[in-house]
Design a protein around this ligand. Structure first.
Ligand code: PEP
Ligand code: MG
Length: 292
């Protein structure tokens, strides 16, 4: 079984009707990328940058982040999708005191924090930009609910580009800036967002939680936490259609993308990129190659 799956690694994931599907890894650090490389990945679809912040004693500086992102970009040279800081909700920092909130998952988290703490955010953006001189790097913003957020985040990237120009530091001037689709608002506005974003990546972990109003970590209602719920499936369909209508690629980096049972459905819906933890890649590739 193992040998057979490993034998498929050199076969590009092309469906029987000829569509090339991109198989990427979700990673939390550089070592995760090294571990995923033997699976012959097409890149990293989700680099969860928050771990760099959580395993630290201070907000990592531009320089500290640059070193990490550069190494990641060199390893995952075909594509490295760095998600900007996704903290808050259940993820805390030892060196920063968050105000207590009644509903942390509906609270101050992810892009909301980044846009409120602009200087801190720009340290990260400059680090990502500088790493983009060493591989195909993409920037991805988490938890977007409004066009203004996306536009403000993109404007900050532009500011950072100017600053790097002044310093004479290199970066990819055409760096792609995309967003996670993990809130119901972003699904409903996907047709608008598709005009502003360079790519979408569907985060089914949060999207399922927010569409079904089911806490993703609550065992008591785990049965209800189901991304095959037709409400979630329709949302995914709508997002892929909206993205394709504007000619942008739509990926998925939530757990659903690594679920063998979801592969056929997601291919039917037209998903372009599947990003998952390394351990699932061989199995998903097999499903794609075998699909009628
Ligand atoms: C998601 O919400 O589906 C996702 C990929 O992000 P995270 O699991 O890190 O919230
Ligand atoms: Mg999420």
């Amino acid at each position: 079984e193992r040998a057979r799956l490993e034998g498929l690694r050199s076969t590009p994931a092309v469906t029987k009707d000829g569509k090339r599907i991109y198989l990427c890894a979700n990673v939390g650090n550089v070592q995760d990328i090294r571990n995923a490389l033997p699976m012959n990945i097409d890149g990293v679809g989700l680099f969860r940058s928050e771990f760099l912040y959580m395993q630290n004693t201070h907000f990592p500086t531009e320089e500290e982040q640059f070193v990490v992102y550069k190494e990641a970009a060199e390893l995952a040279s075909q594509e490295l999708t760095i998600r900007t800081l996704d903290i808050g909700g259940d993820k805390e920092l030892s060196y920063y005191e968050f105000e207590k909130e009644e509903n942390p998952f509906l609270g101050w988290r992810a892009i909301r924090i980044s846009l409120d703490m602009k200087d801190m955010f720009k340290e990260q953006l400059r680090a990502i930009l500088r790493a983009s001189a060493f591989g195909h790097v993409r920037i991805m913003f988490p938890m977007i609910i409004a066009m203004e957020e996306l536009k403000n985040a993109k404007a900050l990237v532009k500011e950072c580009m100017k600053e790097l120009d002044e310093r004479g530091q290199a970066y990819d001037k055409n760096i792609e800036m995309g967003m996670m689709i993990e809130t119901p608002a972003s699904v409903m506005l996907a047709d608008e967002f598709a005009k502003e974003a360079d790519f979408f990546s569907i985060g089914t972990n949060d999207l399922t939680q927010y569409i079904l109003v089911v806490d993703r970590g609550n065992k008591k209602i785990a049965k209800m936490y189901d991304y095959f719920n037709p409400a979630v499936v329709r949302a995914i369909k709508q997002v892929i259609e909206a993205g394709h209508k504007e000619g942008i690629k739509v990926g998925m980096c939530g757990e659903m993308a690594g679920d063998q049972k979801a592969v056929e459905l997601l291919l039917d819906l037209g998903l372009d990129e599947f990003s998952m933890s390394a351990g699932s890649i061989d199995y998903v590739r097999e499903q794609i190659l075998n699909r009628e």
